[in-house]
Ligand binder design. Sequence first.
Ligand code: 5GP
Ligand code: MG
Ligand code: MG
Length: 191
Amino acid sequence: MTDGCWYDADIDRVIITEAQIREKTAELAKQVSADYASVEDGLLLVCVLKGAVMFMADFARALGRHGPAAELEFMAVSSYGQGTTSSGVVRILKDLDRDIAGRHVIVVEDIVDSGLTLSWLLRYLASRKATSVEVVTLLRKPEAVKVSIPVKYVGFDIPNEFVVGYGLDFAERYRELPYVGVLKPEVYARP
Ligand code: 5GP
Ligand code: MG
Ligand code: MG
């Protein structure tokens, strides 16, 4: 843990350290690079905002060391749902800027929880006629899965707890933390 940051006082415990994230991201990038070595028109990375923004930035840079070339795209979706759970009913807040027909797409996700959002997104991308669609996610909660989806690249399986940091928020806060952790219970009780 970094010493002396304001947010350390709110964290109950760190689940994944900054060093673990760095090491795993490099590993995932190497795997993706090897699997797509022969694609000719490069990869299209689709980041699902906002949670995946840190992972997208680091994963894209790690992939850049090995190739193939990648284009970076961003989507924003909202799943209607109460508080910390998602419902699977998804609304597009920001769509892709370009046509993905005929492209090899990799969805870059922060976390696969119930899988409902991702399952919707994969159907959407398939309907836009991508040649292939795979998913790389930093985190997955195996115990929370409601729909089983094929996630080819997984960083870490974590317990079924609400986590923050490295892009993941609680009420739009804590995204800037360099690690993934669990908040102290009293943080949720604050007005
Ligand atoms: P799902 O549809 O798989 O249940 O989750 C969709 C989104 O909910 C994730 O991409 C993520 O943004 C958010 N989410 C799921 N689990 C967590 C968590 O433990 N912490 C935070 N901060 N967000 C989560
Ligand atoms: Mg996400
Ligand atoms: Mg959130």
